[in-house]
Design a protein around this ligand. Structure first.
Ligand code: BGC
Length: 369
C-alpha cells in the first residue's frame, strides 16, 4: 500500500512538473505545494538545464514542488511568487530576473512565513533572503580572464569586453572576477581594450567600485540577449580599424552571447583568429567548443546546484539549520551561502568533463574524439 502511494505521489509530481513547463504560469497543482521554484526564463537553455535537474532531484523526495518561469519579467515573477504563497509553500527557491526588483516578492514571501532561498542570482537590497545557493561566480569570471591571459603572448593584443545584464548581480561578480586577472595584463600592455572607454578609464585599478563596474557593464552589456550581443559586436568591429583586429581576445559573459559574438568575429575578414570565453556548457556551445568556434565554456554543474537547493529546502522543512560555507553581502545584509565550484571546459577536456561525468550523452554531439 505504502509503495503504491509512493508511486502515485511520484506520478502526481511528474505530471505537475510537466504542466509547469507549458508557460510562465502553471496549469498544475491546485492543491498544496511545499516548495515553490521560480526560474527566470525558459528561453535560455541554461534555465531548462536547471529545471530538468530539479525534476530529477524532486523525484526522490516526498515533498510537493512546483516550478514556474517568469519569462524575463519582474511582474510575472511577482505573480508567480504570489501564486505559490497562496498554495501554502514553506520554502521558495527563486532565481530572480532582476535582483533588485525581486526584493518586493521575497518580502511578501517572508511576511507569509516562507523561507527564501536565492538560487544562482542574489536578490539585493533586502533582509528577506534567508540563504543563497550559488556557483562561485567570481571564480567563473576569473576562469574566463585566465583563459584569455594564458593564450596571449606579446604586447598590444586587442581585447573586447562584454558583460551580462546590469539587473543581475552575477554580471558584477563575473566581470570583477575577469578583471582581477585581465587588469594586470592590460596594465602591462599585453592587452589593449578596444570597445569600452569606461573600462579604459579605470584600467589602472584592479579593485573596481560597484559604480565603476556599473559604468562598464552599462556600456558593454549584452543584457544576456543574443541579439543585443550580436549587434553590439557588429557595431564594435565596424567602429575600429583593421589594425585593431587581427588576433582578438573576447570576454563573452555566457554561452548564448558567446555564440552570437563569435559568429560576428568569425565573419569579419580582418579578424585572423579569436579567443572567446563563455559559461554554462549549453549543448550548442559545447558543439561550438568541439568545432573550434568557441574557445572555452565554464561548466556549472546544475545537478549539484539543484540538489543543494532542494537539500536546503528539505532541511528547513525538517526544522533544522542548513549548512552554509560563505556569505554574500546583498547591500543590506550578509546572506548565508552555499557555493559550488566550477570547471573550465575546452576542446581538450570536454569529453571527460561533460560526457564521462554523465552530464550529456556522446550522441548529443558530432566530431567528439
Ligand atoms: C547565470 C548564468 C546565465 C546568465 C544568463 C546568470 O545569472 O549565472 O549562468 O548564463 O544568468 O541567464
Amino acid at each position: 500500500m505504502k509503495k503504491m502511494l509512493a508511486v502515485l505521489l511520484c506520478m502526481v509530481m511528474v505530471f505537475s512538473l510537466a504542466g509547469c513547463s507549458g508557460g510562465s504560469t502553471s496549469t498544475s497543482g491546485k492543491g498544496k505545494v511545499d516548495v515553490g521554484i521560480v526560474l527566470p526564463t525558459k528561453d535560455e537553455p541554461r534555465w531548462l538545464q536547471d529545471k530538468e535537474k530539479f525534476e530529477s532531484v524532486i523525484k526522490d523526495t516526498n515533498y510537493s514542488v512546483e516550478v514556474l518561469f517568469s519569462q524575463g519579467s519582474s511582474a510575472n515573477e511577482k505573480t508567480n511568487v504570489e501564486t505559490l504563497i497562496a498554495k501554502g509553500i514553506k520554502v521558495l527557491i527563486i532565481c530572480a530576473h532582476d535582483g533588485a526588483a525581486a526584493a518586493a516578492s521575497v518580502e511578501a514571501a517572508k511576511a507569509a512565513g516562507v523561507t527564501v532561498i536565492a538560487y544562482d542570482r542574489l536578490i539585493t537590497g533586502t533582509d528577506a533572503v534567508d540563504y543563497y545557493v550559488t556557483f562561485d561566480s567570481v571564480a567563473v569570471g576569473e576562469a574566463m580572464g585566465k583563459y584569455l591571459a594564458d593564450n596571449a603572448t606579446g604586447q598590444g593584443n586587442p581585447l573586447y569586453l562584454y558583460a551580462g545584464a546590469a539587473t543581475d548581480n552575477n554580471a558584477f561578480l563575473f566581470f570583477q572576477g575577469a578583471w582581477n586577472i585581465l587588469q594586470p595584463k592590460i596594465a602591462d600592455g599585453t592587452f589593449v581594450i578596444k570597445n569600452s572607454a569606461e573600462a579604459t578609464a579605470v584600467q589602472g585599478s584592479k579593485e573596481l567600485t560597484r559604480d565603476q563596474l556599473a559604468a562598464i557593464i552599462g556600456q558593454v552589456t549584452t543584457n544576456w540577449d543574443f541579439n543585443e550581443a550580436k549587434s553590439k559586436a557588429e557595431a564594435h568591429l565596424t567602429a575600429v580599424s583593421a589594425a585593431d583586429k587581427g588576433k582578438c581576445y573576447v570576454l563573452a559573459p555566457n554561452d548564448g552571447t558567446a555564440r552570437s559574438i563569435a559568429d560576428v568575429f568569425a565573419a569579419d575578414s580582418d579578424v585572423s583568429e579569436y579567443f572567446i570565453t563563455g559559461q554554462d556548457s549549453e549543448k550548442a556551445s559545447v558543439q561550438y567548443v568541439i568545432d573550434g568556434k568557441q574557445s572555452m565554456t565554464v561548466f556549472k554543474d546544475t545537478r549539484t546546484l539543484a540538489s543543494d537547493a532542494m537539500g536546503m529546502a528539505i532541511t528547513v522543512m525538517e526544522g533544522k539549520e542548513p549548512q552554509t560555507d560563505s556569505t554574500y553581502n546583498n547591500e543590506k545584509v550578509d546572506v548565508k551561502a552555499k557555493q559550488t565550484p566550477i570547471i573550465v571546459v575546452t576542446k581538450e577536456n570536454v569529453k571527460e568533463a561533460l560526457i564521462d561525468s554523465g552530464y550529456y550523452k556522446e550522441s548529443d554531439f558530432t566530431g567528439l574524439k
